[in-house]
Write a protein that binds this ligand. Sequence first.
Ligand code: NAD
Length: 289
Amino acid sequence: MKIAFIGLGNMGGGMAANLVKAGHQVSAFDLSEEALARAEENGCRTFRTVPDALAGAEAVVTMLPNGGIVKAVYTADVIAKAPAGALFLDCSTIDLATAREVAELAEEAGYHMVDAPVSGGIAAANGGTLTFMVGGSDAAFEKAKVVLEPMAKAVIHAGAIGSGQVAKMCNNMLLAIHMIGTCEALALAEKAGLDPQKFYEISSKSTGYNWSLNDYTPAPGIGAKSPADNDYQGGFASALMLKDLRLAMTGAQTAGATVPLGEHATKIYEAFVEAGNDGRDFGAIFTTL
Ligand code: NAD
């Protein structure tokens, strides 16, 4: 397929490269020259304007920082300038209202669109092992699957348009909450006189087991290998977790959902990021306890 790919940053760069490896012809656009140079090395054709990258595209994939940019890129260029019949796939993590609004504008202009945010970080983007949670019609999902599979370990149809973003915000709110809880339990175990490694061995096989404890243990030298063993470098930046929590809080407000622990987790990450920890892995909350 001929695929236009817009947004070749930490995530998009590796994703576009995997589409090339799968035999697709990828036309890439990014505002950053550095990102374009890397895309070129990875076998993409690179362009200096969005309309040039869109020429002949059967699918358009976007992987952009936020909802404002996604809306601007779609309304300025993608909608109307993409060839008729092209499928739009926005893989960015953005607010639900913008995701639905942009999809509606695309549908009005005669295009099908899916929201397809991902779980998995830069390593999964590079390795083609992302989990995609897809919102859109059955027909759009079937077409989207073909585009997403070379970048994925799983492609799951979440429901109607916007459902992918709902799944993503709920998943990451839960992730923040169990990460903070795991950090608190590890710190309490140690302070109360229990070897934290013993606590890991016991709780990871007891009812306290969860991904943060079992697979991403946030205490250095304890349990599973994680960014904690590398001074919290790499991994999932606290600033990105805060972004996702804020999206979840906006989503909860709009939906009228009560999320007291989500609110508390947001405050904790806000304070952590404001204290200068934006680039540290989100498990570094452990160091504040
Ligand atoms: P990034 O900042 O590394 O990349 C974004 C890219 O978009 C940059 O190369 C930037 O130059 C480009 N860009 C910005 N405005 C543009 C425009 N108007 N036109 C074209 N290109 C433009 O971000 P990332 O880490 O790749 O994240 C992308 C998305 O994926 C975000 O929505 C993020 O929340 C989500 N996400 C990230 C991770 C992660 O671990 N990094 C994990 C899951 C989801």
